[in-house]
Write a protein that binds this ligand. Structure first.
Ligand code: CTP
Ligand code: MG
Length: 393
């Protein structure tokens, strides 16, 4: 019989301690809804065959919005009033598939790595019940009802326990069923259930970064952790020129501006967007606009330059990076840019998928000097600041 590995990701909690206007698992952490990275970690792991999410009935629209583009995800099943009930719902949903091993993970731990899943599967296959644990750095004391120290614990024997916890599937399913039948609903993790059912549980090395996001403070810490990973800061520059031609408007920064002349070029000749695209591609060291959209290729004729900027922004996301800032300077005598500055910033931000506060549009004349001064064309210069995951390459 082939051995199959399933993962249950529980996300049916209410996130009361975190507050906010939606349950915490759908709030953004590290630039995306918290539930996504955990689901992705299991979906992309070569040894995990099936990923079963458990959500709160009524959260379907949040869930769909957060996960619509994730492939091969099992339809979510409704959770229960306690974490334990939610895990049981996930296990029951898996029962017909009869996996040999199941990993049980909290959606509120978005920072787990593939290496942790590797270790979980190895430990689960070896002992049938295993949990990740990290050593305790602080001294830990037990106190009594009067807040007096009752005992100083031997921290060498203590471990802080995380998820994913891993079990032989039937072992943990039976433990959950027996506890539920007896009305025992207060186990705080699945290992406690396995222990209660008489099984020995082994501990493998956890990850200090695999923290549970519980409070608003944790969200702030999560953001810092994420930014620390995006430590490869890149600056790219872009430059473009288009000559005036016959026409009644120009496209500039994604905005149509009525003008006595148009701009000549193969696409819509949006010189500002072209400079921004080259700045982003420059920071990625992935060629330039011409190498991705050759002017000799008829499919790009007359095309909206928004497409080019959307493409470059997608390349950043494909590298798991973020656009930290976009800055463009437009040089021309006419048209006047200032009245359109905010519309351009809003448009560029929308196309790049970043907040408008991270987009700057500036303009200047060249004091009637040179070809811009003679109103023969428009120049744009741009700078893109990107943050990418650190890599030695
Ligand atoms: N969980 C669940 N069903 C419940 C309660 C919790 O699936 N009835 C899930 C949560 O969504 C979370 C994990 O169990 O992924 C750990 O729970 P916790 O961090 O306590 O999350 P919440 O219960 O949502 O938060 P709070 O206790 O602050 O309300
Ligand atoms: Mg809870």
């Amino acid at each position: 019989m082939t051995s199959t590995v399933a993962a249950v990701v529980v996300a049916a909690g209410r996130g009361e301690r975190a507050g906010g206007d939606m349950p915490k698992q759908y709030r953004n952490v590290a630039g995306e809804p918290m539930i996504r990275p955990a689901l992705r970690a299991f979906l992309s792991h070569a040894q995990v065959d099936w990923v079963q999410p458990v959500i709160h009935p009524g959260d379907e629209s949040f869930y769909r919005a957060a996960t619509a583009d994730l492939p091969e995800l099992a339809p979510p099943v409704p959770g229960g009033a306690t974490r334990q009930a939610s895990v049981r719902a996930g296990l029951e949903a898996l029962a017909p598939r009869a996996p040999s091993l199941v990993l049980i993970h909290d959606a509120a731990r978005p920072f787990l790595s593939g290496a942790l899943i590797d270790r979980a599967i190895t430990a689960g296959k070896t002992t049938g019940a295993a949990v990740p644990g990290v050593a305790v750095a602080d001294t830990v004391k037990a106190i009594d009802a009067d807040a007096m120290v009752a005992e100083t614990l031997d921290r060498g024997r203590l471990r802080i326990i995380q998820t994913p916890q891993v079990f032989a599937f039937y072992l943990i399913l039976q433990a959950h069923r027996r506890a539920a039948a007896l009305g025992l609903e207060n186990f705080t993790d699945d290992a406690a259930l396995a222990e209660w059912a008489g099984h020995r549980v082994s501990v493998f090395e956890g990850e200090t970064g695999n923290v549970k996001v519980t409070t608003n403070e944790d969200f702030a810490r999560g953001e810092i952790l994420h930014l620390a990973k995006l430590s490869d800061v890149r600056i790219g520059n872009g430059f473009d020129v288009h000559a005036f031609a016959d026409g009644d408007h120009v496209m500039l920064g994604g905005v149509r501006i009525a003008h006595s002349r148009g701009l000549g070029g193969h696409s819509d000749a949006d010189v500002a967007l072209h400079a921004l695209v080259d700045a982003i591609l420059g920071a990625l060291a992935e060629g330039d606009i011409g190498s991705h959209f050759p002017p000799t290729d008829p499919q790009w004729k007359g095309i909206a330059s928004e497409r080019f900027l959307a493409f470059a922004s997608e390349r950043v996301r494909a590298r798991a990076g973020m656009i930290a800032h976009l800055d463009v300077t437009i040089v021309c005598e006419t048209p006047r840019v200032a009245p359109h500055r905010d519309a351009m910033r809003a448009r560029i931000a929308a196309i790049a998928g970043i907040p408008v506060a991270r987009v700057a549009v500036k303009a200047t004349t060249s004091e009637k000097l040179g070809f811009t001064g003679r109103r023969e064309g428009i120049v744009a210069m741009a700078t893109a600041t990107l943050r990418l995951p650190w890599s030695a390459a």
